[in-house]
Design a binder for this molecule. Structure first.
Ligand SMILES: *[C@@H]1O[C@H](CO)[C@@H](O)[C@H](O)[C@H]1NC(C)=O
Ligand SMILES: *[C@@H]1O[C@H](CO)[C@@H](O)[C@H](O)[C@H]1NC(C)=O
Ligand SMILES: *[C@@H]1O[C@H](CO)[C@@H](O)[C@H](O)[C@H]1NC(C)=O
Length: 373
């Protein structure tokens, strides 16, 4: 399995490509699929800690209702097969409306949306209470590519490159150049003071336009063969700028703009405090993802906070075959799914559980290239 994976390398352009490939071969693969938690010898904050069981964050939390045994079965096995360590945090299935922020009364949020809001705020509060430096937060239906550690390593390098640039206008398109950025923080995703949120699983983000107050720099990762060709990409509620402006197999890291859905995001400790204040205490004006969008984009008289994102997303909802009403305990999904799928994820861990458990390397590629690179 390890050998097989090293042939599906991720190539990056730019000066760091050789280093990166070397790095992948030398260090990455042994960690990437270890099904036991490797006690990593890396320093705290070392960029290579992205390969540890919590992807270089202090924790990976999963928000899920205790009754979703189906989610936990799938997620626990997926995590075990890709070398991740998850901590489940119970979702919320009831609350007392008298104790909500006062402006809640002006919204028309239903119980599902309120419980969801509360569950996400509970995680931010958990981080604040326990002084957790950084955590990745997943919703219970999430899926990822079996190459998630390599992908997160590229993302972390791109994020650190982005953060090492001045927050500037006009916009700048930076070719991805791993490890060549002087002064870039040693912390895997940038020093925690430098970011609030990495919004890496969503169902729509836009590139910030040049004329907005949101920083509009981008880091452009080309020739990433884990990105599906354009005909397979589902942009959800986001704009299609990626495929209008860039070649196939491009992934772009930028400031968040217009983000929607909270499938997967990381918070720094300062970010969690900021969230608890802005989204938990100060106001409850909309569903949690719309509030997170306001937090990142700085609308409604709020400041622009430091949120990075990536298109296409690295985490995505897995939809098992069967009655679509099982897809969410928040929204109301209708219909029947004949064939399980995960949008935008080529080697879906959930769709390859059988292969992974049996040690069969004949992985399902859900979005095969017409013109492979
Ligand atoms: C992974 O690395 C991060 C950052 O260095 C650290 O906080 C975390 O404890 C590590 N996780 C594991 C499971 O070793
Ligand atoms: C991606 O590749 C497919 C198949 O070769 C092609 O039809 C499509 O136009 C390409 N998209 C872009 C954005 O180049
Ligand atoms: C799907 O589940 C919902 C809610 O339990 C139920 O009302 C509906 O009849 C089911 N649909 C099918 C096709 O089984």
């Amino acid at each position: 399995m390890l050998r097989q994976m090293s042939t599906t390398r991720i190539f990056a352009t730019g000066a760091g490509a050789l280093f990166l490939v070397f790095f992948i071969f030398q260090y990455m693969t042994p960690h990437a699929f270890s099904s036991t938690w490797s006690t990593s010898a890396t320093r705290i904050g070392d960029p290579s800690s992205v390969f540890n069981a919590t992807l270089g964050f202090q924790k990976i939390y999963v928000i899920d209702l205790p009754k979703r045994f189906d989610h936990r079965d799938g997620l626990s096995l997926a995590a075990s097969m890709t070398g991740l360590q998850l901590e489940f945090v119970d979702g919320v299935s009831g609350l007392e409306k008298n104790y909500l922020p006062a402006d809640y009364a002006k919204t028309d949020l239903d119980d599902g949306a309120l419980f969801c809001w509360r569950a996400h705020i509970n995680v931010a509060r958990l981080m604040v209470e326990q002084n957790i430096a950084s955590a990745l937060v997943l919703e219970g239906d999430q899926d990822w590519d079996i190459r998630i550690k390599e992908q997160m390593y590229l993302y972390s390098e791109a994020a650190r490159q982005y953060l090492s640039q001045p927050e500037d206008k006009p916009r700048r398109h930076l070719d991805f150049a791993p490890n060549t950025t002087p002064g870039a923080s040693d912390a895997p995703y940038g020093a925690i003071e430098d970011w609030d949120m990495h919004w890496i699983g969503h169902c729509g983000q836009d590139f910030p336009p040049e004329d907005s107050d949101i920083p509009s720099s981008r880091v452009v990762i080309q020739n990433d063969d884990t990105v599906p060709e354009s005909q397979h990409i589902d942009f959800g509620f986001g704009r299609h700028d990626l495929i209008e402006e860039y070649a196939n197999h491009t992934r772009v890291v930028s400031h968040a703009k217009g983000g929607i859905c909270m499938g997967a995001y990381a918070l720094s400790l300062p970010g969690a405090r900021n969230w608890l204040w802005r989204l938990g205490i100060e106001s409850l004006f909309s569903a949690i993802d719309v509030m997170a969008q306001g937090f990142c984009d700085g609308w409604g008289g709020r400041p622009i906070n430091k949120c990075l994102t990536v298109v296409p997303a690295l985490f995505s909802s897995h939809r098992p075959a069967g009655n679509a009403s099982a897809h969410s305990d928040i929204g109301h999904h209708q219909g029947y799914v004949d064939k399980a799928y995960t949008k935008n994820v080529r080697y879906s861990t959930r769709l390859n559980l059988g292969q992974l458990v049996e040690g069969n390397t004949d992985y399902v590629d859900s979005y095969k290239d017409q013109t492979p690179i």
